[in-house]
Design a protein around this ligand. Sequence first.
Ligand code: NAD
Ligand code: UDP
Length: 354
Amino acid sequence: MPPSGSLNIVVTGGAGFIGSHLCDRLVHKGHAVTCVDNLYTGRFDNVRPLSNHRNFRFVKADVREPLAIEGPVDRIYNLACPASPPHYQRDPIGTVKTCVLGAIHALELARTTGARILQASTSEVYGDPDIHPQPESYRGAVNPVGPRACYDEGKRCAEALFFDYRRVHGVSVKVARIFNTYGPRMLENDGRVISNFVVQALRNQPITLYGDGSQTRSFCYVEDLLDGLELLMESDDTVTGPLNLGNPREVTVKEIADMVLAQTGSRSRLAYHPLPQDDPRRRKPEITAAASALGWQPRIALEDGLRSTIDYFALKVATPTATAKHADSNAVIDVTARPSRKRRTALSTVGGSA
Ligand code: NAD
Ligand code: UDP
């Protein structure tokens, strides 16, 4: 039993990048956490330190199937979904099902248990935006038939379901539109820009810039995002969102490459690749709604968040100069040796086109 005052919380996607940090935080606050994950892009290693904790349980399950969770449930964070373009495009039909069936199954769990539920939606609902920065009132410019549609439209449909469950069944819902978030525990082969650039820089491999690098994103450090998610979840029932959660500092992808090169002292060169189809040109959240409803704003500067992220990957990544050997991950890499030819081939897909 959790200590009194604590909550029974289900985190779907809890073994992933954001989800595992959320599980850490909730368990350490005394809540009883059930992590549901099929380990598609998540790793059990991310939650292994929690695995013997009396307030934590891991359930290997797929949200595309109905969720059978024993005991009371007070809160559900619905995070299950691959977030990186190469990963969500690897099985696009599976991604649509995860977004849509996963939302239905999580919402059904909320309906039958009376739990409050938060959806991890995304800035991708805005597509390649015509309005800048993006406020919640902007309805977006998603290509419904392009390679990103499985994720973008899946997430849009999930938002619709959340508000229909509120209208039809009175479920207490919260929708966060998360903008690009980064930090420790992203996968080495995640495919997203910060993890790609950091891993490439640490290996002195070419930095894979897609397009001319002038497209922009706004990067939020994971701890700042968690503050926003928790505040939204615990906000008054009338605060449903959708609320943008992200860091409004906008940078070009080329600037990110330069920052990573400077911070790592890498000898990597820039290698230009074609821009993936439908890649949004600009993205920056308007966060005044979250600031006024939650009193939230991000605090961690990009330079500081990058430093923590680089420190994390430095322990994971093979470099010719590294001396330590780390075997604590299921993507184990022997950092005493140069990557094998096979490993090098695998790693080159890190920067592969989305
Ligand atoms: P992630 O890929 O690291 O984590 C997703 C987790 O969901 C993984 O552990 C994966 O194994 C699990 N999962 C995937 N499909 C599943 C299924 N069918 N059943 C059960 N588990 C499944 O990604 P993340 O960056 O931690 O993102 C978490 C959530 O936040 C996602 O819903 C994502 O769409 C959303 N989001 C993230 C970002 C970001 O920049 N990180 C931005 C916008 C939205
Ligand atoms: N990007 C890049 N090189 C990479 C990975 C990504 O130039 O190795 C670019 C990508 O084309 C996009 C931006 O960085 O313009 C952010 O990509 P990411 O996949 O991280 O997130 P998303 O496109 O979903 O915002």
